[in-house]
Design a binder for this molecule. Structure first.
Ligand SMILES: *Cc1c(COP(=O)(O)O)cnc(C)c1O
Length: 312
């Protein structure tokens, strides 16, 4: 990007994202993994602390490790535990880092309460809203906007373009200063090939759909409600997720694999998630709903599940 790779398509996408997210600036990355490495390694170093939810995405964990900062993790979604870890930090500065929507559980981080902690402790809050961007919050602006928080509360907002947006790559949104700092310091921005311009153009087209097609979010909401109501009426073990990620806990990794393959035979792509991707005992099927599905699909999926669960 710094040599010859930054093209008008990138500029247009960065400007579009900044306007949509109500942030001063946006920097594009080739992937979410690289964006998270950039944030951690360029904003924290040896004398600093990174306080992180235990279920944060692997790229946030690796970024924290690479940064050389002291990594303190807290129990998933536990604001009091986060507060205790913040109290242990001294010297340097502190980043508090969380996913917005958690990718394996589908639940949402308590960002409003975490932002209050950060304000009190003088820490910077980083939210990776890869799964909330385009789906959650007012107009699809994500769970940070849903919680009524802006750039002052969450100075570093990460999102990816390979999920709801339907393209690939990622972005970090925040102040002009943050953008300049990333572009000049982040090794995972500087020493890699820029996002291809065609991918940036596809991202901008995706952003247009996200912005204009409110009906897609309405439809998705209906599908989520339909799925949850159907699963709950059958007594299945769902996690408390309000997002399109709907995990169904299974007895064992073997049972999870068996169900996934039986569903596949019936024409449903439902992914088996097993330890170590999730903690021991947490094997699950991850149902991922999309606005491209229809109600009939959800009903057929529920039926297929019922059949597969019945056969020993
Ligand atoms: C998918 C995901 C990433 C990685 O994004 P890529 O563009 O696939 O590298 C990072 N963080 C979270 C929370 C994700 O869900």
């Amino acid at each position: 990007a710094l040599v010859t790779g930054y093209r008008p398509e990138h500029e247009a996408l960065e400007a579009g994202l900044a306007e949509f997210l109500e942030r001063d600036s946006v920097v594009l990355f080739s992937s979410g993994f690289q964006a998270n490495l950039a944030v951690a390694t360029s904003l924290a170093g040896r004398n600093d602390h990174i306080v992180q939810d235990r279920l944060c995405h692997a790229s946030l964990i690796d970024g924290a490790r690479m940064s050389g900062a002291c990594l303190l993790r807290y129990a998933h979604g536990d604001v009091m535990a986060a507060e205790r870890q913040l109290a242990r930090t001294e010297g340097g500065h502190t980043l508090l880092v969380t996913d917005g929507v958690f990718s394996m559980d589908g639940d949402v981080a308590p960002v409003a309460r975490l932002a209050k902690l950060c304000a009190k402790a003088g820490s910077w809050m980083v939210v990776d809203d890869a799964h909330g961007f385009g789906v959650a919050g007012p107009g699809g602006r994500g769970i940070v906007a849903e919680a009524g928080l802006g750039q002052d509360d969450v100075p570093v907002l990460v999102g990816t373009l390979g999920k709801a947006c339907g393209s690939a790559g990622a972005f970090v949104a925040g102040s002009r200063e943050l953008a300049d700092h990333l572009v000049n310091e982040a090794r995972s921005y500087i020493y890699t090939t820029a996002m291809p311009p065609a991918v940036a153009a596809a991202g901008l087209a995706g952003l247009r759909r996200l912005t204009e097609d409110e009906w897609r979010r309405d439809k998705l909401r209906e599908l989520i409600d339909l799925f949850r109501a159907g699963a709950e009426s059958r007594g299945w073990r769902l996690l408390p997720s309000d997002s399109p990620i709907q995990p169904l806990l299974c007895e064992s990794p073997e049972a999870t694999l068996r169900l996934a393959s039986e569903l596949r035979e019936r024409g449903f792509l439902v992914v088996a998630i097993r330890p170590p991707t999730v903690p021991a005992g947490g094997a699950r099927l991850r149902i991922t709903l999309s606005a491209a599905h229809e109600k009939e699909h959800v009903e057929q999926l529920l039926e297929a599940f019922a059949e597969c669960l019945d056969t020993p």
